[in-house]
Design a binder for this molecule. Structure first.
Ligand SMILES: [Zn+2]
Length: 163
């Protein structure tokens, strides 16, 4: 699932978006998972059975268990989510954190959030305000300028590089 922040604004208005978080109740063998909000679209009520039509086999709808919500949320361009947009986004993050959480052996499980940015300042403060979580910077800051975590400088006489 890939979405922009404005898609989150549809969560309270489009009940079908609850399926993105595994909150499904039934599955149609032709159309896939259904939620209570997917049973009626406009004036059309989704049928529980579909007759064979052309190449399509006959289909039925059966009850099913909820699915696991997303385990990983990747937030790109974190530095853009600040100021008034950050305040609004923080409200959605609280709701998304709740509907993407579930219980495993009696322990709450929340999705991991990985945020990327190239220009963040006060990252710990922003992360706490936005996600109410602690921050771990990856890769960690290096102590040696020749070791950037992604690459290590080596003397040319030891390793000649490209040949
Ligand atoms: Zn169907």
């Amino acid at each position: 699932m890939i979405a922009t922040a404005d898609k989150f604004a549809q969560l309270p208005w489009q009940g079908a978006t609850s399926a993105l978080f595994g909150r499904v109740t039934r599955k149609c063998s032709r159309h896939g998972f259904r939620t209570a909000d997917l049973d009626v679209v406009g004036d059309h009520k989704e049928a529980d059975k579909h007759a064979k039509a052309g190449d399509l086999d006959a289909a039925t709808t059966v009850d099913c268990l909820p699915r696991r919500p997303p385990d990983l949320i990747i937030q790109d361009e974190l530095h853009l989510i600040a100021g008034p947009l950050g305040s609004l986004f923080g409200l959605y993050e609280t709701a998304i954190d709740e509907i993407a959480s579930w219980t495993v052996d009696g322990k709450p499980s929340r999705p991991k959030v990985v945020a990327s940015t190239a220009t963040i300042r006060r990252a710990e403060h922003q992360t706490y305000n936005l996600f109410c979580r602690r921050l771990a910077v990856f890769p960690p800051q290096v102590l040696d300028a020749g070791d950037s975590f992604f690459a290590v400088e080596r003397p040319l006489d030891e390793t000649p590089g490209r040949l």
